[in-house]
Design a protein around this ligand. Structure first.
Ligand code: PLP
Length: 391
């Protein structure tokens, strides 16, 4: 029996009692993707009236195969020791690693927190770039640690691997781990496989590196590769992956870490170990539905190319992204008032990413949402009137 989106959502809401309790789509909390500012949740109608281009979600939602698997899992909703679809075994097969190389978490945000808690003890700091996915840095602050943040290359906004290696060696005793988001959020730019090798070969022996591959599935550039093979080699590399993006399961909360067994062992005590039954079954189905993921990738990239070409032609340069979001230069305007203007037009766009405060991050939404974005953009940034020789 096929599961319609509507029947799935009805079942899910009944079982979990969560849908419609709302997410503040404009709240900018530490995760960015998850709202949760207490009290400030919109009604379902408000939520549905907004174009959601702020959190790099997969706007098309999970495919039938995944909805069906999740719906079937609800018969275990009242249980603690529920079956899990062997998500760990399926992931081990998928990546060619062992079960003890994996830690399953409630979203990859939990991996980032767990890595912070594990490796930032005794005053150690995280080393990374800015702007990047700042959750890691915010978590460091919350546990009374801190971050050493290096700037992106001024000209092309890429991560400066040589500078990371240099700082890691000069300040090795201060550093608990290195954080690298690849492709980077918010720029959408990749670190190439050669640069990853340069980084891993150049760091002090044994220094852990957290490589956040949340947007891995959207990359087309042949110079990019996953860093999972370095885990198999036994390097101190922790890969963070999520089902929130290509698999469209952001609200279900499931992600995982791939790392050498001894690092997973150190991390496990800090993980909640609590991933719900629907997320587990949905994730297994998503792993098996490569066709749907390929379709989402193609659709996302086609829309991204269309919108960025339109913006470029309109005189607003975009950064060449390899993800389901992109950044556009606001030609010298500060981003926060622009975000507020979009908000007034019921279009939720990305938060500010200091120090790139004259760029706007836009997630790829549906065709309709992207049209609403372009219409709002042209209202906020009217085309410059041309001066003629005669005039
Ligand atoms: N890493 C990056 C780079 C992200 O952009 C996000 C969310 O937007 C996450 C991790 C966390 O995602 P989740 O906890 O939903 O897996």
């Amino acid at each position: 029996m096929s599961v319609s989106r509507r029947s799935f959502l009805g079942g899910a809401a009944a079982a979990l009692g969560t849908l419609g309790s709302g997410i503040d789509v404009f709240a900018q909390n530490r995760q960015g993707a998850l709202a949760g500012a207490p009290g400030q949740r919109p009604s379902m109608d408000d939520y549905d009236s907004i174009a959601h281009l702020s959190s790099n979600e997969n706007c098309w939602g999970p495919p039938e195969s995944v909805l069906k698997a999740m719906n079937q899992s609800f018969k275990y909703a009242m249980r603690y020791g529920y079956p899990g679809g062997d998500v760990q075994g399926e992931l081990a097969k998928h990546h060619g690693v062992k079960n003890d190389n994996l830690l399953i978490t409630a979203g990859s945000g939990e991996v980032l927190d767990v890595v912070g808690t594990t490796f930032l003890q005794n005053g150690k700091k995280v080393l990374g770039v800015e702007p990047s996915y700042s959750s890691v840095y915010q978590h460091a602050t919350s546990i009374k640690s801190s971050a050493i943040k290096l700037p992106l290359n001024q000209k092309d906004h890429r991560q400066n691997i040589a500078a990371i290696v240099k700082t890691a060696n000069e300040r090795a005793s201060e550093i608990g781990f290195v954080y690298l988001c690849n492709p980077n959020n918010p720029t959408g730019l990749i670190v190439t496989k050669d640069e990853i090798k340069q980084l891993l070969d150049g760091l002090p022996q044994g220094m852990p590196v957290l490589i956040d591959e949340a947007y891995h599935h959207f990359v087309d550039d042949a110079r990019y590769a996953t860093s999972v093979p370095y885990v198999v080699e036994g390097r101190p590399v922790i890969i963070a992956r999520t089902f929130s993006k290509i698999a469209a399961l952001a609200a279900m909360r499931i992600g995982y870490a791939v790392a050498p067994a001894e690092l997973i062992q150190k991390m496990r005590p800090y993980s909640m170990g609590s991933v719900n039954v629907a997320a587990r079954f949905g994730a297994v189905a998503a792993l098996k539905d490569a066709k749907s993921q390929a379709e989402i990738k193609a659709r996302t990239i086609a829309l991204r190319k269309k919108v960025t070409a339109e913006l470029d032609a309109y005189g607003y340069e975009t950064i060449p992204s390899e993800t389901n979001f992109f950044m556009v230069s606001l030609n010298g305007r500060e981003v926060q008032p622009v975000i507020d203007e979009f908000r007034g037009k019921k279009v939720a766009v990305g938060r500010p990413f200091p120090p790139m405060t004259q760029h706007l991050r836009v997630s790829i939404g549906t065709e309709d949402e992207m049209e609403r974005f372009m219409k709002a953009f042209k209202e906020i940034f009217p085309a410059k009137s041309r001066t003629t020789a005669a005039g």
